[in-house]
Write a protein that binds this ligand. Structure first.
Ligand code: PLP
Length: 375
């Protein structure tokens, strides 16, 4: 039996063993970070160590980090707290789009990059208080020109929120250089646990609270902290920062995979391939073969990938991201997302290319003629 190949890191990354160990130790300790006794003080120390690690990942100070239950909550906290019109883009994650259903959306070009002229028109038309753009797209990996967006937003007096959930730990991020007011992160995309994330605040920025309760997280996010999760998040950030080779390793695997596939089938497209992208992500079409068929074939072979539309897993249907890029709907229906990460190897590329080429060849065979039924 071959080892399964997990190539769906953008959906969630396997938790790193060091993170599991840190979380297990945290679970074995008793203590509420708000308690004044020794147990509580130790819990507080663990919480603050994790806060410092998350802050360091994005070049911020610990006091700028507010822990949340994940990227969805961090995005919702900012968007639901906006006190005026919001402008976002057509390729944002559902946790942004669904939080501001009436928001104006900037268009993107054929590679999935925000159309800055169109964005400027939307800013002039709506005078927003908040602009929300992602740093890197979950389906294509395309990196957005966030610095340019910040420049435009400032000219119109708007604050900027950036969903950096897919970029955290994959790109070097410096909050001050990026210039945004709010940055959302999620632990499970970088080898940490699911159900924990952070909202990182720009200097002098205060978010509106989504919840009412106690004084935790300076009342911006009340509720007893998910300490084991937060400890795991912090450890995952420390490990991501220590792994300087991650980008080169995953980039080599991704580029090799794309070279193999386009050599087998010159008609196969790499969607967003002309733009700057995360090094680990590939959104690939297989001419004439629906993505659900591909998904099943890969799954039967022990390879986990997802359809272009399925970051919110289980969602089947046309991808709003690919539609915004004006990808031909017939081609979009054949797109799958392959995403690599810390435990991926060259063997994963081999196996993927083998299964891909087998399926592609099979669908190209001419239909066998049926013998006529005897009369
Ligand atoms: N934003 C982006 C770009 C994502 O890819 C995801 C998750 O897939 C989220 C936000 C939501 O993060 P979480 O799963 O932590 O709620």
């Amino acid at each position: 039996m071959l080892r399964p190949s997990y190539l769906d890191y953008n959906a969630t990354a396997p938790v790193k063993p060091e993170v599991v160990a840190a979380m297990a130790a945290a679970l074995e300790r008793t203590g509420n970070p708000s308690s004044v006794h020794g147990f509580g003080r130790e819990a507080r120390r663990q919480l603050e160590r994790a806060r410092a690690a998350v802050a360091a990942l994005v070049g911020a100070a610990p006091g700028q980090v507010v822990f949340t239950s994940g990227g969805t909550e961090a995005n919702n906290q900012v968007l639901c707290g906006a006190r005026g019109p919001v402008v976002t883009s057509a390729v944002e994650h559902d946790s942004v789009l669904a939080a501001v259903p009436g928001a104006a959306q900037a268009a993107v070009d054929a590679e999935g990059r925000i159309d800055l002229a169109h964005l400027e028109g939307q800013l002039a038309r709506t005078s927003p208080t908040l602009v929300s753009v992602m740093l890197a797209n979950n389906e294509t990996g395309v990196i957005q020109p966030v610095g340019d967006v910040v420049g435009l937003a400032r000219r119109h007096g708007a604050r900027v929120h950036c969903d950096a959930v897919q970029a955290g730990g994959k790109l070097a991020i410096d909050l001050a250089a990026l210039g945004v007011d709010f940055l959302a992160l999620s632990a499970h995309k970088l080898g940490g646990p699911q159900g924990v994330g952070a909202l990182v605040l720009g200097a002098g920025v205060e978010p509106a609270a989504l919840l009412r309760g106690g004084g935790q997280e300076r009342r911006w996010r009340p509720g007893t902290e998910n300490l084991p999760g937060i400890v795991g998040f912090g450890r995952a950030c420390e490990l991501a920062m220590a792994d300087a080779d991650w980008r080169r390793r995953t980039g080599t695997l991704r580029d090799e995979l794309e070279a193999r596939i386009t050599a087998i089938a010159p008609g196969a497209q790499v969607l967003g391939g002309g733009a700057e992208r995360l090094p680990n992500t590939s959104c690939l079409t297989m001419p004439g073969v629906g993505n659900q068929t591909q998904l099943i074939e890969f799954d039967l072979a022990g390879i986990a990938v997802s359809t272009g539309s399925a970051c919110s897993s289980g969602k089947v249907g046309p991808s709003h991201v690919l539609a915004a890029m004006a990808v031909d709907p017939a081609a979009a229906a054949t797109a799958i997302r392959v995403s690599f990460g810390w435990a991926s190897t060259a063997d994963d590329v081999e196996r993927f290319a083998l299964v891909w080429s087998r399926l592609y060849a099979r669908t190209r065979r001419p239909e066998r003629r049926r013998m006529p039924e005897p009369a």
